[in-house]
Ligand binder design. Structure first.
Ligand code: ADP
Ligand code: MG
Length: 214
């Protein structure tokens, strides 16, 4: 499937094509059409299969096509297991956003908490963070997620392997559970807590399993 065959805003399509990306990978072709319809997604595919764009493309399409639920709260929150991964996702997201879009905010440990609080007061549309620091900002009341439209968990298996299930529960409860769309991506479904977390966080998800780990 070509990106140009997907029902994407032409400006988003252009920012994909500028990166010399033409053909969607299997996970992108499987996930993006369902995500664009607003469905929850529970997907596993191996490392290197292109999961980042599988969730960033539908998240960015939202800013072109849907009116925001809230003027202040972030529209999409992406939770990643490690600081490094969160930074990489930020780099990829910036390549898809139009220049006039507000700057996404990165909430990761090891950086000044109050600086992050100041950035959140600019009401970003996109927040990317690690589970511990995101949960800290929720508990500090510096991050409000009542108007969140999309919650994305990247490398959910690693998030759980690292012991962040209680932070995920805090995020789930704060993050507009009833109305939001949730996308969960994982390399495997091996982690024993994953079934429980996905049961808790997702609603009638579209399941995609693309592993060739035989
Ligand atoms: P995963 O998260 O599944 O491990 P990534 O999203 O990090 O995979 O993507 C792996 C690599 O594939 C990255 O270098 C990315 O730029 C590249 N990539 C992603 N989608 C495409 C595509 N549709 N066509 C070509 N390369 C792609
Ligand atoms: Mg990845």
């Amino acid at each position: 499937m070509l990106f140009s065959e997907l029902p994407l805003d032409h400006r988003l399509l252009k920012s994909i094509q500028i990166q010399n990306l033409e053909t969607a990978t299997d996970i992108q072709a499987s996930a993006i059409p369902h995500a664009l319809l607003g469905k929850d997604i529970l997907a596993s595919s191996k490392t290197g299969s292109g999961k980042t764009l599988a969730y960033l493309v539908p998240a960015v399409q939202r800013i072109y096509k849907e009116k925001a639920l809230s003027k202040k709260d972030p529209r999409a929150l992406i939770v990643a297991p490690t600081r490094e991964l969160a930074k990489q996702v930020l780099v990829e997201l910036k390549k898809l956003l139009p220049p006039q879009a507000g700057k996404p905010v990165l909430l990761i440990g090891g950086e000044n908490f109050n600086d992050q609080v100041k950035l959140l007061k600019r009401y970003p549309d996109f927040v990317i963070g690690t589970p511990g620091r995101v949960a800290d900002h929720i508990e500090d009341k510096s991050l409000y997620l009542e108007g969140l439209e999309m919650l994305i968990l990247d490398e959910a298996d690693r998030i759980l392997d690292l012991g962040f299930s209680s932070q995920l529960t805090i995020i789930d409860q704060a993050a507009n559970h009833r109305k939001r769309q949730t996308l969960l991506f994982s390399a495997t479904f091996d982690n024993a807590d994953l079934a429980q977390i996905s049961e808790l966080m997702l609603k009638a998800p579209h399941r995609i399993t693309l592993d060739d780990q035989h």
